[in-house]
Design a binder for this molecule. Structure first.
Ligand code: AR6
Length: 221
């Protein structure tokens, strides 16, 4: 698969027009057309994205692993591991930045999602939200304008994808609504599986609702 630039990743605004998706009734969040141009959902390999930063769903050692972590380290080359060795790991929920080396992305934001446990659902939700929040705040602090997220914790770490997606979208919406969010050009949610793509497409209009339809014309008007 070749490298994808932002130009070749449709925004939600474009996706909604193409699919003619109507605003859900009632929407879970307030309609804001600007946000629709800041969000994309893209299915594929995150290591192919030419964005300012991609997020790595890492473990606390930050020294590589399987899943998206393994793919990022393979694509970035050994210099990434070298820089990670100096980071001294990270706590769950924390985010740390490195260069992207051989990746098309300029930076990697390494974050550690929670290992899901049903008996600790509330704590897992808090920590997963923290991953998204810390990555977005770090992006802002480092002047990163475009950021791509994989679905953190939903692979090896077993987080139920629907719950995780609600958290990803809630935190992203909150951030984009804040003054810092104005500086972000694009947030790309990267999904790997067809079922995950369907789920993200279903939930996105709740958090980033498309324009409401114009009022219906009636003879009485
Ligand atoms: N591009 C985009 N998404 C991907 C890719 C890819 N190349 N590969 C996998 N995914 P996971 P976790 C999706 O297991 O659950 C590692 O060993 C995948 O379909 O990578 O946070 C770390 O070192 C899933 O939706 O991360 C940790 O030990 C999502 O990425 C542990 O796994 C996350 O799946 C972290 O587990």
């Amino acid at each position: 698969m070749s490298v994808r630039t932002l130009q070749h990743i449709p925004t939600l605004a474009q996706a909604f027009v193409a699919a003619n998706i109507q605003a859900p009734d009632p929407p879970a969040a307030h309609h804001n057309p600007i946000l629709l141009r800041q969000i994309s959902i893209w299915q594929g390999d995150i290591t192919k994205l030419e964005v300012d930063a991609i997020v790595n769903a890492a473990n606390r050692t930050l020294l590589g692993g399987g899943g998206v972590d393994g793919a990022i380290h393979r694509a970035a080359g050994p210099r990434l591991l070298n820089e990670c060795q100096a980071l001294d790991g990270a706590e769950t929920g924390e985010a740390k930045i490195t260069s992207g080396y051989d990746l098309p992305a300029r930076h990697v934001l390494h974050t550690v999602g929670p290992v899901y446990s049903r008996s600790k659902d509330a704590e897992c939700a808090r920590l997963l939200a923290l991953c998204y929040r810390n990555c977005l705040n770090l992006a802002y602090a480092k002047n990163i304008k475009s950021i791509a997220f994989p679905s953190i914790s939903t692979g090896l770490y077993g987080y139920p994808i629907r719950d995780a997606t609600h958290i990803a979208m809630t935190e992203t919406r909150k951030f984009l609504d804040s003054p810092q969010g104005q500086d972000i050009e694009r947030v790309v949610f990267v999904v790997f599986l067809d079922t995950d793509k369907d789920l993200y497409d279903t939930l996105a209009p709740l958090y980033f609702p498309p324009s409401p339809p114009p009022p219906a014309y009636s003879e009485a008007d």
